[in-house]
Structures are given as C-alpha cells and as structure tokens.
Ligand binder design. Sequence first.
Ligand SMILES: [Zn+2]
Length: 208
Amino acid sequence: MDIPFLDLIRIRSAVETFVTRAGADWSAIKRAGKAVPLGDLLDGHPLCLVEVKNLTPQAVALRLQHRGIDAALPAGNPRQPLAGFVYGDGLRALIFLNRDDPFARRRFSLAHEIGHFMMHGGGALARATAQPAKKQMEYNPDRDDPREIEAHAFAAELLMPWEMVVHEAAALRAGTLGPQRAILALAARLQVSRQAAARRLAEWRGVD
Ligand SMILES: [Zn+2]
C-alpha cells in the first residue's frame, strides 16, 4: 500500500506494544516464522472476542444491550453486513467478528480491530468494518478514513511482519519460487488469506 502519510513507525510500535503487553516476545515470534498466535496474545489484554452470524450494526447493538451497554453506534445502515466491529470504553473492548467469514479472513478482521483498540482507543471507541462487496475478495480500507488505513496496516504488520515474509519474497524475487507457489506457501504458513499474502508479497521492497 503506497500511502505517503502512513506512519509505519507508530504502527509497528503499536504492534510491538500489543505483543509485549501480552507477555510475549515479538522478536522470538518473528524468528519462529510460524503463524502469529493471535488467540494467545488476545488473552493478555482486556479484550473479549464475540463471533456472531450475520454481523450487522443492529446485531452489535442487541448484544451490547444484553451486556447492559447502551451505546451510540456509528451512523449508517443498521443492516449493513460487517466483517468486524470494535466497541471499547477506554479500559476494555469487545471485538465482534462475522462468524460466517473464512478462518483466515476472521484472523485479519480480528487483527484489524485490535489495531483500532491499540491506536484509536483511549476513550470510547465504536468502529465498524464493512463487509467487502461480494466480488471483492479482500477488505479494502476506506481511503478517506486514515484510521481505517492505519488499522489495516496494523493487521498486516502483526500477521505478516517483513521478517516473516522475506523467505517467500526473496525466493520469488530470485525466481526460485513461482508467484502462485509463493502466495500459497505464505498464506498457509502465516494463516492469512491468499489475497492478503499476494498483496503483502507485492508490497515487498527488499531487505531493509
Ligand atoms: Zn476498521
């Protein structure tokens, strides 16, 4: 993603803070080269994951009401299908995910909502992430909303840090691995969607 105003240092620092606060060693995770253990990391935070079928703002409002929370949700169509939603009060947050989405997509949505919690929390937080249109394979952040772009970049940095992408990216660059095999290998190893893996490989700029 070539977005000049994206503050990658701030985003990477938020990723490291998230991992470290969960009591894990980010360098060790990156060295291990396996899929980032998102569920374990979540346990170290005041975050509660709620998976819902047919996730919409309306479904979120109902579940918040069940918890005794009367929240003002973002404006928009209450029946809009969502990939994720994060609701926080400054101390803790509930992360809602669409249970109908494939595993790799839910992982990315979870990482995206964690990004909102880490970078846009601090006070009341209520952000919806729309479900992409049917033909669109991967969520594309709203380019007019910097917080969406930041949350998206946070998810990519958390699930596919460059140190963990370099193996396939370098082999692809050297021509020892074809594009399709590189994408499949990266997607399987890091438990991300093929679309997310393909985009990350395309963004690779070489060893930094
Ligand atoms: Zn979002």
